[in-house]
Design a protein. Structure first.
Lengths: 222, 222
DNA sequence: ATTCCATATTGAATGGCATTCATTTTTGAA
DNA sequence: TTCAAAAATGAATGCCATTCAATATGGAAT
């Protein structure tokens, strides 16, 4: 018999639990920072026993990585259309970062989450190894354009994000100017000055429609 | 009577202890990373009781900050001469970073230490507050040249270092080209593209003094 | 030299937290 | 209904930063 014909209760519950844990993780870690977030609280908020978390995630860091991957996934979805619009990988990349910035600056939860992302970037890279970037569409899309080493793109992207996160969370980059930040990121991530300057000079190309904005459920009085 | 006439045994021991702790801290934290380093081991390596450490440093983070400050101090010493050679703050800054890079790439201990420096940059900034940058000669030197907000310089410098540390430790910046890295850092830290490009174009060492009219002309509109 | 106290040192105790694991509960097939 | 395998549980473990009550020490005053 087809074992898939009806997804058993277990499978469904597991899916629910995993999602609940990811959401709880994102919530708590965003609110308190990754270090201060306790597995206990995350478990409670996901209506799950403390030990159960470890059936789904090997460790706290592992959970954090999964949470960030989840965030990135959502980001990437908003980005992929662009590849039909632009033919220059630099443009795609720039646009991608632009999107990241717009979202990151607008969403307190992500900003706080990214705050501690050094470890995460590290873990992400270690976990991904050389070429298994199945899910990282941002990277994949860039790879479509004969960028020599797709892995490099992703690494740079993550560094850009981390660096930017450092910048805004520390307050040294007033996020008043997205374009400015983009330029800095481009420089930081290895595009040439000329590329960056040129990109900065020309206006942002026509944008694909943005999906409905998500609600920010987080307390703002922190 | 002059209480200083002979420094008592206590004062001498305290000085020794402090130094021993800083050295032990740098050693252990460099070897194992800040997180993995235990206060216990640091205390042992400094031939001191576990609790004693807290007579000298408020917390583990506090110790880490002191260790990094110590490193920075040594770095700064190698930098100060430059201020006699250059009159443009951008040059001084660029040269400073250049030195940091050269040293950091050559010294594994520092590289590893810087690796976890996100927290430290944070703590450093928190600790220093708006204007108490007495010891940060790098920043002070920059301040000599009418850079509007000296605090800003230091903040940016620390970010540059952190960012660079992320870069090399993660392997995304092959430190083959120091100059290139410098340019990226300059961009990242808020000098204008033009400034950076110009700096990149001309060889670092000798240059005619100029009034140094620094202006940030980056677009501020979205 | 001796006394004495302020100050420094100490390491055992505390508390918080990630992680583990022996039990219990649930599940789906027989 | 029965049963073995899988999943969930939360109490127990161990690690570690930090605290603190007890102890040792240095040097000033006698």
């Amino acid at each position: 018999m087809d074992t898939k014909q009806t997804e058993g209760r277990v499978a469904r519950r597991q899916k629910r639990n995993r999602i609940a844990l990811l959401e709880a993780g994102e919530e708590v870690m965003s609110e308190k920072g990754i270090d201060a977030a306790t597995m206990q609280e995350i478990a409670e908020r996901a209506d799950v026993g403390a030990g159960t978390v470890y059936n789904y995630f090997k460790s706290k860091d592992d959970l954090a990585v999964a949470v960030l991957e989840n965030v990135m996934e959502r980001l990437a979805e908003r980005i992929e259309d662009v590849t039909d619009t632009f033919s220059d990988p630099a443009q795609v990349y720039a646009f991608g970062i632009r999107q990241v910035l717009k979202t990151a600056t607008g969403d307190v939860r992500w900003r706080q989450l990214l705050h501690r992302s050094e470890v995460i970037a590290d873990a992400l890279y270690r976990r991904m190894g050389p070429y298994p970037m199945r899910d990282m569409r941002l990277a994949t899309e860039a790879g479509r354009f004969n960028v020599p080493d797709p892995a490099l793109i992703w690494r740079l992207t993550s560094h850009a994000i981390v660096g930017f996160a450092l910048g805004i969370t520390k307050g040294s980059l007033p996020p008043s100017s997205i374009d400015e930040a983009v330029i800095r990121l481009l420089c930081m991530t290895g595009l040439t000055i000329d590329d960056a300057a040129e990109l900065a000079a020309r206006p942002c190309p026509p944008l694909p429609p943005e999906p409905a904005p998500r609600k920010n459920r987080m307390r703002t009085d922190i």
